[in-house]
Design a protein around this ligand. Structure first.
Ligand code: FE2
Ligand code: FE2
Length: 155
């Protein structure tokens, strides 16, 4: 999973993008790192009891939503450019994530537990692990197909 054991001496846990989740296309991996960085920024502001002030959670979530909206728009443009056949279904995953974020923001009143940040991370994972890897597989297959077509033409 994308959480790791906190080494001794490190005050706060942090989330990271595992190599297995790298799409290696355009800006997508950098976008995913930025989304995770926003979550880490929220976790860093938790107090010793793992609690975040309401304003910290709300500001962090609003930043996450704004960055996710831009990421989803750009990623969908990349998918359209690559003629990705699952684009419509993928857009639904993005819309569901944004709806979930909006619900969380509406329900955020006062202090938040750090587990609320992990719940946001789980929603982010819906995109970058559960959905985007389908696009990676498609890109890999397309590249393989291009290579085969090129080598067949060379014969
Ligand atoms: Fe996505
Ligand atoms: Fe993504």
């Amino acid at each position: 999973m994308a959480t790791r054991v906190t080494p001794p001496g490190e005050a706060k846990p942090h989330l990271f993008l595992p190599d297995a989740a790298l799409v290696r296309h355009a800006h997508i991996d950098d976008d995913h790192r930025e989304l995770i960085d926003i979550l880490n920024g929220m976790l860093q502001q938790a107090d010793d009891r793992g609690m975040l002030a309401g304003a910290v959670f709300g500001d962090g979530l609003r930043a996450l939503i704004a960055r996710a909206e831009r990421h989803f728009r750009d990623e969908e443009a990349e998918m359209a450019a690559a003629a990705y056949p699952e684009l419509a279904a993928h857009k639904a995953v993005h819309a569901a994530a944004l709806a979930h974020f909006a619900d969380t923001l509406r329900g955020a009143t006062g202090q938040a537990d750090a587990s609320a940040v992990y719940n946001l991370f789980n929603i982010v994972l819906d995109d970058l692990l559960r959905a985007d890897l389908g696009f990676k597989s498609y890109l890999d297959a397309t590249r393989r197909g291009d290579r085969l077509a090129t080598s067949a033409a060379a014969r």
